[in-house]
Design a protein around this ligand. Structure first.
Ligand code: NTF
Length: 755
């Protein structure tokens, strides 16, 4: 039994009804913390260590209340005292420990690992200022430090420290952790975050993310992905990575020994999943510890590590596949560089093929190291894994077919339905009962696709979610969204391959069409959200185009009543939780073959949005599940895209000069429009699209415009549309991260679940 009334009296000497949202938030955080601390930590001889540079965990309060089984009771007691849980939740500062899909995936996975009763922890770094806080000034992105640590942060001090030896100095770490309670199972795991002892926050100014990158012994855990456009920045990333994995490896070895390992049997005690290539140096680091600190001979150490490390690939984009100059590694961690050279030699003795070499021309290919010296490689959606096997990693697939497998991504329904969409959750409960809370099976909803009561319920739930989003956008950005607007959303990191610029070109088309007198049946609100890496100029230009278009349209009285463009400032998990439940249309328009999986596509579907997509990543699997009547697909196939690249056969000029396209691209540099924005940015983007267009936005543009018009028209057949939406919800169960994690465990980790 919890008694918030009494807690309020004890903490603040006031009745619950008389304290503010911030105080209520404090009460609930204390409540959650106390409950978590009473839960035993999951036990098991063999444990998972999920090592990741990012954990985009989002606010914890609601998710923890749900998992601890306190949610309904708390909501009720708060309501009786006149408090709204969502408003209280808004008081929590969102931790800033991740960036995009890869980091959010890691967070969903931790929730599912705990929920399935598997003993396993996340291991990463405690960034004081995260990636950055995005602010828009003059319709451009500026990056500020994201200060999330403070009085009410969620970190527990584990009281553990390790020494990490770099080339010419050493540092000491300090371990903090965040509880990860399983859903209704009375146990917890932890997210374990290493910080740097003596880290110096004063290196960071208030109003920028520039800092002295050379003061490594003081800056290591200040930022996630510090700018790597210069050598100091690249070296700093290597320092961070080695700091992360050295700590992780020392933790793994010391805990295995505590549990009884003699280290020759280490794989019976620990399995390490490395999330993308950032943690790859854990392979040589474990070998170093086993050989140099525990006297195990080199070959045996290599064999031990080979049985305990598994690698997940999250991208085929060349620039995201990490390669470090060997000399960087030699400077940061000379012992590790030496071991990598030995591993490279060993590998060459087995396979005489430069395509699979670890070191090429003095450069270390981190993915190659992970594949040769790990026991498992997986892609994150069926198409992505197929591309890895057949193309990108084909020579490795020939060598080690048994190491490869697919693990299609997933999302936790605790956060992405129960937590963020209470009205849809109650509708589903009322319609099919609550078994899905455990099984994620929503297919019983299929029996209701012609049930008017359920369809009306879905319209009502969507309406309430839209109201919450409108309130969020009004308070956070001062924009008013029309009540009856179609909500059309593209939220994700800004990147050319995701093709936000293609949606921007559509908006120009739509703007001109409305100017020509073709008024849409109802207002359309297009919502963007996402950050661009500070060193990625074209992505900044795309943000500028979107923001400039947004103002341009808002200032045109002929068009503003029918078309609205909003770009959410500082898009993060909390904003996603407001926007995704409200969406009617989910934009997943990457150039086919380039989006490894996508995970927002799954969140939108689960919340009853209809997907408008290319056949890329997990969209392919969504399309198979819902059937062609319940999704809109378009665009050049991934096979054809691969051919165009291979043959250098795509010529953007050929598309640019089509009259219908030229008009749209040239709008960007039309003098009147340009006068409202930044000429340099708009010209650069225009020229890039017309002459380079590396991710082929112009290739698919005409078809995209046609399909979007069809989507908006179909939306007006309200009965048919809502039916589509319900089919999407009903088929989303496959994308529960509980399913994904069960597969990782079955095929890769082999942990024994706790009952
Ligand atoms: C991302 N990769 C992919 O771009 C997404 O398609 C995928 O859904 C997520 O990973 C999760 O698997 C990255 O963020 C990175 F860093 F690998 F580029």
């Amino acid at each position: 039994m919890i008694n918030l009334e009494e807690r309020s009296q004890v903490a603040f000497g006031k009745p619950l009804a008389q304290i503010g949202d911030a105080q209520v938030c404090r009460l609930l955080q204390d409540l959650v913390r106390e409950h978590c601390q009473t839960l035993p930590i999951m036990e098991g001889k063999r444990r998972l260590y999920y090592v990741s540079a990012e954990f985009l965990i989002g606010r914890l309060l609601i998710n923890d209340l749900i998992n601890l089984g306190l949610y309904d009771e708390v909501r009720e007691q708060l309501a009786q005292a006149g408090h709204d849980l969502a408003a209280v939740d808004d008081q929590e500062v969102e931790p800033s420990l991740g960036n995009g899909g890869l980091g959010r995936l890691a967070a969903c996975f931790m929730d599912s690992v705990a929920t399935l009763g598997l003993p396993g922890d996340g291991v990463g770094l405690n960034y004081h200022y995260g990636l950055f806080h995005q602010r828009f000034v003059d319709n451009q992105q500026t990056a500020l430090p994201d200060e999330w640590l403070g009085e009410q942060d969620c970190l527990e001090d584990e009281g553990k420290s390790f020494e990490v030896q770099f080339g010419d100095f050493s540092v000491v770490s300090h371990l903090y952790s965040i509880d990860v309670p399983g859903y209704h199972n009375g146990k917890r795991n932890r997210l374990r975050l290493f910080d740097l002892e003596g880290v110096d926050d004063s290196l960071v100014p208030d109003d920028s993310i520039d800092f002295d990158k050379t003061k490594v012994a003081k800056n290591l855990t200040l930022f996630l992905y510090p700018d790597d456009s210069d050598e100091d920045g690249r070296l700093l990333r290597v320092y961070q990575q080695y700091f992360m994995v050295s700590n992780a490896a020392q933790l793994i070895v010391s805990e295995a020994v505590e549990r009884g390992s003699n280290l020759h049997d280490l794989p019976d005690y620990a399995v390490v999943q490395i999330n993308d290539t950032h943690p790859t140096m854990i392979i040589p680091e474990l070998i170093r510890i086993l050989t140099q600190e525990h006297g195990i001979d080199f070959e045996e150490a290599v064999g031990i590590v080979r049985h305990m490390v598994a690698y997940t690939n999250h991208t085929i984009l060349a620039e995201a596949l990490e390669k470090w100059p060997l000399e960087y590694l030699a400077k940061v961690a000379p012992k590790i560089a030496k071991i990598i050279e030995l591993l490279d030699q060993m590998q060459r003795e087995e396979h005489d093929d430069p395509a699979v070499a670890i070191i090429k021309d003095g450069t270390v290919h981190m993915a190659h190291l992970a594949i040769h010296y790990g026991f498992s490689v997986n892609g994150v959606a069926a198409l992505h894994t197929k591309i890895l096997e057949e193309t990108e990693l084909h020579p490795f697939y020939e060598l080690y077919p048994e190491k490869f497998s697919n693990k299609t991504n997933g999302i936790t329904f605790r956060r992405w339905l129960m937590g963020c969409n209470p009205d849809l959750t109650s509708l589903v409960d009322k319609t099919i009962g609550t078994d899905w809370h455990r099984t994620a099976d929503l297919t019983p909803l299929m029996a209701h696709v012609d049930d008017d009561e359920v369809l009306d319920g879905l319209v009502e739930a969507k309406g309430k979610a839209k109201a919450r989003m409108r309130e969020f956008l009004l308070t956070h950005q001062g924009v008013t969204v029309p009540e009856d607007a179609i909500i059309d959303v593209q939220v994700k990191r800004i990147h050319e391959y995701k093709r936000q610029q293609m949606l921007a070109l559509y908006l120009i088309w739509k703007y001109l069409d409305i100017k020509n007198g073709n008024k849409p049946a109802r207002p359309i609100t297009v919502v963007f959200g996402g950050k661009a890496a500070p060193a990625y100029t074209i992505a900044q230009d795309i943000i500028h185009l979107i923001l400039t278009l947004s103002s341009w349209i808002a200032n045109d009285p002929d068009v503003a009543p029918y078309l609205q463009v909003i770009m959410i400032e500082n898009y993060n998990v909390s904003a996603a939780e407001r926007v995704i439940p409200a969406a009617d249309i989910s934009e997943q328009i990457s150039l086919a073959s380039k989006e490894a999986s996508g995970t927002s596509n799954m969140k939108f579907m689960l919340n009853g949005a209809v997907t408008l997509c290319t056949l890329d990543g997990a969209n392919v699997e969504i399309a198979d599940l819902v059937g062609e009547d319940n999704i809109y697909t378009f665009g050049t196939s991934s096979r054809e895209v691969e051919r165009l690249y291979a043959e250098g056969a795509y010529d953007p000029q050929a598309y640019y000069h089509k009259p219908g396209i030229k008009l749209l691209v040239d709008f960007i540099t039309n003098p009147a429009f340009m006068a409202t924005g930044n000429e340099e940015r708009l010209r650069r983007l225009h020229d890039d699209m017309a002459h380079k267009d590396w991710f082929m936005a112009l290739l698919d543009l005409e078809e995209y415009i046609q399909v979007k018009e069809r989507v908006y028209a179909d939306y007006e057949d309200r009965g048919a549309w809502v039916r589509k939406a319900l089919v999407n919800v009903a088929q989303a169960g496959t994308f529960s991260s509980d399913r994904t994690i069960a597969q990782y465990n079955e095929d890769i980790w082999h942990l024994v679940p706790q009952k």
